[in-house]
Design a protein around this ligand. Structure first.
Ligand code: FAD
Ligand code: FO1
Length: 444
């Protein structure tokens, strides 16, 4: 049984005869997926087939071939693992209208989808609910403590959401049952992946990244390597971009190819020292869920209007400050600033598809410093992040950039030019923390 608090219900009408459809989007995996488990529970109780559908958008918030390739390869693996469980998997190419047609044609009786706080995804769900009268449930299969259970409002920072999450963690850190071989219906026709690829209207010049093999089974291998080799030293190494100290899981978490709850279980059970486990679980649970809270309760999560009042005021007061350097979006993109450290971060992102977490802060803050306005800086940072990072267009990205440029989840610091009271960072600070010359040499 799936915890009822993970579920939100729409359309107060009873399920009707017909297959149970799981509209998968954010949680692209077979295992440890509360939305899929819930859909199977319902299909078994109603003695109906279970059908998984994925609405493939021809373009999605600036994503390029780099991210689509990663996603499609993961979905190909998923199609096979669902088939082995006698669950059909369909890719829908006609957007939400295509989904509506599918639901009508299949005479679906119950629609289940996974939760996503992003505006585009919330809007897409509304469009479907307005166009088909079908019993619909939305399951938060991404967060450990469901977003609406963690908090009912926009939180100020990690310090306000942390106690709320910790209070409920035991309640939601439940063991996952396994998906069973489904006894009703049949696996269905194989997906035409070539047709799917050809339907995309994206920029293909940003190419896939070899170092991140896509899919659920690769995600597990990366998790296991992290647990045995890097988690023990995580507390000391995670903030040094010259060391390979982070988990490398963000692309897999972003596409839901691994569950954060599984990662948390395995990290808790590992024999790494407690300080490292605590530091990692703080990022994985508290910081990640804080980002979902930010996007869910603040529809302006990618606009300056979404910054806290004190930050908007101070940025306004410094709007006309003289900038020593002002770069165009192209100069930023091509890593052509005067600062080798910044150019190294940008190059790391262009080439590896994943900038080190510590450098992301420096990278975004310098975009604020060297742009003509906070609005321009925010838009450049989001565009570059979403174009090149494998984990881009994620609540973590919107929250991280809004933290760096707009003081979200932070407090006021000493006042200075351009930044006002927004926390400042410079290369001297970086030099005190790690070997910046080595990082530059690694990436330029
Ligand atoms: P690990 O250190 O191994 O952490 C494990 C997981 O914890 C991460 O995968 C992530 O889910 C979560 N996590 C870690 N740090 C944070 C954080 N600061 N905030 C929220 N969750 C966190 N993260 C993205 O997933 N996508 C983005 O597009 C993104 N853009 C960012 C932009 C800026 C300007 C900043 C400051 C941060 C951004 N982050 C983003 C957050 C963070 O830098 C990455 O999640 C992390 O570096 C991913 O690497 P990892 O999985 O190896 O991290
Ligand atoms: N979700 C979908 O339901 N359909 C898509 O076609 C799709 C494309 C896509 C491309 C890049 C990317 O980074 C994410 C994409 N997602 C898509 C959504 C993703 O699964 C996440 O749900 C959100 O980006 C973050 O919550």
């Amino acid at each position: 049984m799936v915890n009822a608090k993970r579920i939100k219900s729409f359309h107060d009408i009873p399920p009707s005869e017909g297959p149970v459809v799981y509209w998968m989007s954010r949680d692209q995996r077979l295992n440890d997926n509360w939305a899929l488990l819930y859909a199977q529970d319902k299909a078994l109780a109603l003695r109906q087939p279970l059908e998984v559908v994925f609405v493939l958008e021809p373009s999605f918030l600036g994503a390029t071939w780099r991210q689509y390739y990663f996603m499609l390869e993961g979905l190909k693996e998923l199609e096979l693992s669902l088939q082995a469980k006698n669950i059909s998997f369909q890719l829908i190419l006609g957007g939400t209208a295509g989904l509506r047609d599918f639901l009508c044609k299949r005479k679906a009786g119950f629609l289940i989808t996974d939760f996503d706080p992003l505006r585009f995804k919330q809007q897409r769900l509304k469009t479907v609910l307005n166009s088909v009268k079908i019993f619909t449930h939305c399951v938060d299969a991404h967060n450990i403590v469901p977003c609406w259970e963690a908090s009912e409002k926009l939180e100020f920072g990690a310090y306000t959401i942390r106690p709320k999450i910790h209070r409920k963690l035991d309640q939601f850190l439940e063991k996952f049952p396994r998906i069973k071989k489904h006894p009703f219906g049949k696996a269905g026709k194989p997906v035409d992946w070539k047709k799917a690829e050809n339907s995309l209207t994206i920029d293909r010049s940003v190419t896939p990244i070899k170092n991140f093999p896509p899919g659920e089974s690769s995600a597990l291998k990366i998790l296991n390597a992290f647990l045995s080799k890097r988690l023990p030293a995580y507390h000391d190494s995670r903030n040094d971009p010259c060391l390979d100290g982070q988990s490398g899981l963000s692309p897999y978490l972003h596409f839901g190819q691994i569950s954060a709850q599984r990662v948390a279980f395995e990290a808790q059970a590992s024999d790494a020292r407690q300080a490292s486990k605590d530091a990692f679980l703080e990022e994985l649970i508290v910081r990640r869920e804080l980002s979902d809270n930010f996007c869910f309760y603040n529809p302006n999560y990618d606009h300056v209007e979404g910054f806290p009042a004190w930050a908007k005021k101070t940025l306004e007061e410094h709007r006309r400050d003289r900038r020593e350097f002002v770069y165009s979006p192209d100069q930023f993109e091509q890593a052509q600033t005067h600062d080798p450290l910044w150019n190294a971060c940008q190059t790391e992102m262009l080439k590896s598809g994943k900038m080190h977490g510590y450098m992301r802060m420096y990278w975004a803050k310098k975009i604020l410093e060297w742009s003509s306005s906070p609005e321009t800086a925010l838009s450049i940072a989001i565009d570059l992040n979403d174009r090149y990072e494998l984990d881009g267009r994620d609540p973590n990205g919107y929250a991280g950039i809004a933290w760096a440029i707009g003081g979200v989840h932070d407090r006021a610091w000493g006042e200075r030019a351009v930044f006002g009271k927004i926390r400042y960072m410079n290369d001297n600070g970086c030099r005190r923390k790690f070997d910046t010359a080595a990082y530059i040499a690694q990436n330029l």
